[in-house]
Design a binder for this molecule. Structure first.
Ligand code: ZN
Ligand code: ZN
Length: 326
């Protein structure tokens, strides 16, 4: 089978490999679509703290089951599935509390271990989430959408509350969709004019800088330490601030403002456990994925085209079509 290896920062290579052996408790899955994530761009640039090389990246995955043992998820040969990429230990402090997303030994397919930029993958059956109604593109978007779903869950946002989202990249858009689904009044702050127009086509109001109205929940989806620090000034007294985007830089918080408003600050990390709910919301038409995919490439194109993707100003989500003729 064909696979694309990120050999080192800045360098992909295509190679032939044996198809994986289906491990016990695993299904053999033919990978169909791989969403390209911001963290993949950081890995390519050598700026992501977690990635090691060489690595087969790709953690936003959909595929079709080739072989599966009898399993509790009822997944069978031919099923279209979203692949949840989170391998958790189940025994650490976080896992025991049901907070597997914070697993101390968390391994993510495509980040800590090899992921989806290859034609076949052996996947634990409990990580497969099938849908007969969603397209393979939609199934590959579930992980990304989950980042927004989890952030909104953390905020306990209520109907009629105001949500301010800073940054209209994929994370910000995912947050906006779940905040709107929760019944919040959503406003997005985004510097790029193209992205503002994009989210306005999705039905959200937006502005280049904060519009002066404080929000019950402010979500940072920029991963910029400066923007994260500034976000505090947009929170109502007793409101919430949720850091969804992440940075390696320290974030400095104006403590007098933080105390005066008695703001609650949350971190939000991955989307473990949310796949079934997200799939159901897309199936019911409550989360619209029609705007998401802005760019496409074949698996072999990754070698030559990935670096140009990183420069595209009009990119929201690129999808790699794994099993299509180039
Ligand atoms: Zn991602
Ligand atoms: Zn654990």
């Amino acid at each position: 089978m064909k696979q694309i290896l990120l050999e080192a920062p800045g360098r992909f290579a295509e190679r032939e490999a044996e198809a994986p052996v289906q491990a016990a408790g695993h299904a053999l899955v033919r990978i169909e679509k791989v969403g390209v994530c911001g963290s993949d761009f950081h890995a390519f640039a050598g700026r992501h703290p977690i990635y090691t090389y060489p690595r087969i990246i790709g953690h936003e995955l959909s595929g079709v089951v080739e072989h599966a043992p009898v399993n509790s998820k009822g997944v069978e040969r031919g099923d279209r599935c979203a692949i949840e990429p989170y391998l958790t230990c189940g025994t650490c402090h976080a896992c025991k509390r049901g907070k597997n997303n914070c697993c101390e030994r968390l391994q993510i397919l495509g980040i800590h271990v090899d992921g989806g930029m290859q034609e076949y993958l052996s996947v634990p059956t409990e990580l497969l989430h099938k849908s007969t109604r969603l397209t393979l593109d939609q199934l590959a978007l579930v992980e990304t959408l989950g980042i927004g779903a989890h952030a909104v869950e953390r905020s306990e946002l209520k109907e009629g509350e105001r949500a301010l989202i800073v940054g209209a990249g994929p994370i910000g858009i995912a947050v906006a969709q779940f905040a709107a689904e929760a019944g919040a009044d959503v406003h997005i702050v985004e510097k790029s004019e193209w992205r503002r127009a994009f989210v306005e086509r999705m039905g959200y109001s937006s502005s280049e800088t904060a519009d002066g109205r404080a929000a019950d929940a402010v979500f940072d989806a920029t991963g910029s330490a400066t923007a994260m620090a500034e976000s505090l000034s947009h929170v109502v007294p007793s409101g919430k601030l949720i850091f969804v985007g992440l940075t390696r830089d320290p974030v400095s918080i104006d403590d007098s403002l933080f105390h005066r408003k008695e703001v609650t600050l949350f971190a939000s990390r991955n989307s473990f456990g949310l796949f079934p709910r997200i799939i159901r919301l897309i199936e019911e038409g409550r989360i619209d994925t029609s705007h998401w995919v802005t760019d496409r490439l074949g698996l072999s194109d990754v070698v030559s085209q990935f670096s140009s993707l990183t420069e595209r100003k009009t990119l929201i989500k690129a999808i790699v079509d794994v099993n299509h003729p180039d």
